[in-house]
Design a binder for this molecule. Structure first.
Ligand code: GDP
Length: 453
């Protein structure tokens, strides 16, 4: 436990009805007593945990504001230390003044993520739950929130512990076997041992298989809307964003550059770029836009390729189809409110959605198709889904270790060699949940948090 008592503003700096300043550490109550004066004369340091007092914040004789102070006693607090949370009116200047006063009276300014880091170091939370806090705060869709909440409720940690259980049991069998080295491999109950390792492998594979879909739900997906001029790309973008955002005109080639916008379709945040149409052009400015559209196709995680159903295919259509083949694509056949002259057979192998962007028809179909192509349709956001690259990296290393252990076993290697692989896998899982993790890794994780968390 750190001997420094820390303080920070825990709510955003803006204009709000209340703002909260959090103090945590051995001297939290003593420091709060110097700045907070309850109207009933009680000292905060005399209050039991989970008690609140109403009073005022005073710097000498100067009253800064009315305040409510809430007391938490160690270890029953967020950080596991004594904590005081002081609520005052939520003004930027006021909150800064109160914080400055608290720092003047002996608290240190909290570093980014220091409250949650202390919660982790004091055993209040494992790393998967601590890391979910950022997601709870920054979620931009219900699905993102549900993923973070599942991790916060301990689902990821529990799943990893289950896998650890299999590996620890495997380790124990190896240890028992090593005590009787003269016995042959049957003395180990080979089948049971292999089953434990295979269970661990299957669970790790399953967790890793949902990672990409989870990442798309959390972070969104770079999406390019591509197609020839006038097929309805801007109109489609407006349908998705529900606003007149892109320039829509009757003249082909109006969208000359990439327009970026973020929209939420179903559960997925799309970072949309409405590109210039891909077609041959002598116009210099337009051709720059065409080149950028081609680049965007290369880097996008999802491509919405729009075609006008009222016109038969031409050379530009075939060029586009060749450019998008093999990528994550939805072919959108637009203007279906008019009569169709397009031969749909050229889109064989692609996911196709028919829309009339102008009439707003096809939104639901498109939303379902996006979830299907992005791989999020079958993901249960309330299940144990790894939350970030760090966790994924640990799970990959654990899976490597388990695979190596299984191979070593099947190749007839010594049990010591198998044991080394199992230990590698376990070390990776302990790092994932934080049971055994270096200070450098811990510092790196919490550095990404904001001050006050
Ligand atoms: P872009 O160049 O691909 O961005 O195409 P625009 O979105 O600017 O649309 C070109 C023209 O097609 C405009 O007159 C739109 O109103 C019209 N348009 C777009 N979508 C539809 C549709 O679904 N049905 C019909 N009838 N017209 C559409």
């Amino acid at each position: 436990m750190s001997d420094r008592t820390i303080a920070a503003i825990a709510t955003p700096l803006g204009e709000s009805s209340i703002g909260v300043i959090r103090i945590s550490g051995e001297s939290a109550l003593g420091i709060a007593d110097k700045v907070f004066f309850a109207f009933n004369g009680e000292m905060l340091s005399d209050l039991a945990g989970y008690r609140a007092a109403y009073g005022e914040i005073k710097d000498g004789e100067r009253v800064l504001d009315d305040a409510v102070a809430l007391v938490f006693r160690a270890p029953k607090s967020y950080t596991g230390e004594d904590v005081v949370e002081i609520s005052v009116h939520g003004g930027r200047i006021l909150l800064r003044e109160v914080l400055r006063l608290i720092l003047k009276n002996g608290a240190f300014s909290a570093e980014a993520g220091e409250f949650t880091k202390r919660a982790f170091l004091n055993g209040k939370t494992d790393l998967t739950r601590a890391e979910s806090v950022m997601g709870l705060i920054s979620a931009k869709s219900e699905a993102q929130l549900r993923l973070s909440r599942a991790a916060h409720m301990g689902k990821v940690g529990e799943k990893i512990e289950e896998i650890e259980g299999d590996l620890v049991a495997a380790d124990a069998s190896i240890a028992a076997f090593s005590d009787y080295p003269d016995e042959d491999i049957e003395g180990l109950d080979y089948e049971n041992f292999l089953t434990m390792l295979e269970n661990a492998r299957n669970s790790l594979k399953k967790m890793l298989s949902t990672y990409d879909a989870g990442r798309i739900l959390r972070e969104g997906i770079d999406t390019a809307i591509v197609g020839k001029p006038n097929v309805g790309k801007s109109t489609l973008m407006n349908m998705l964003s529900g606003a007149e955002r892109s320039i829509v005109t009757e003249v082909a080639g109006t969208t000359r550059d990439i327009i970026e916008e973020t929209v939420t379709v179903g559960d997925i945040v799309l970072r949309l770029a409405d590109t210039a149409g891909i077609h041959d052009t002598d116009d210099t400015v337009e051709s720059i836009g065409v080149d950028r559209a081609k680049q965007r196709i290369e880097t996008a995680g999802l491509i919405l390729a729009v075609f006008d159903c009222t016109k038969p295919h031409d050379k530009d259509d075939y060029t586009l189809i060749e450019n998008i083949r093999g990528k994550k694509v939805i072919v959108i056949i637009n203007k279906t409110d008019l009569s169709c002259k397009l031969d749909k057979s050229v889109f064989e192998g692609f996911k196709i959605v028919e829309t009339s962007a102008k009439k707003g028809d096809g939104y639901e179909r498109l939303s379902d198709a996006i979830a299907e192509v992005a791989g999020t349709a079958d993901l249960d956001p309330d299940s144990a889904v790894l939350l970030n690259e760090r966790q994924r990296d640990c799970a990959v290393r654990a899976l490597d270790g388990v695979n190596e252990a299984i191979n070593a076993l099947k190749c007839g290697c010594t049990m010591d060699a198998v044991g080394v692989c199992v230990d590698d896998a376990l070390a990776a899982l302990f790092e994932l949940t934080g049971k055994r993790v270096t200070n450098e890794v811990t510092d790196e994780i919490f550095r990404r948090f904001c001050v006050g968390k």
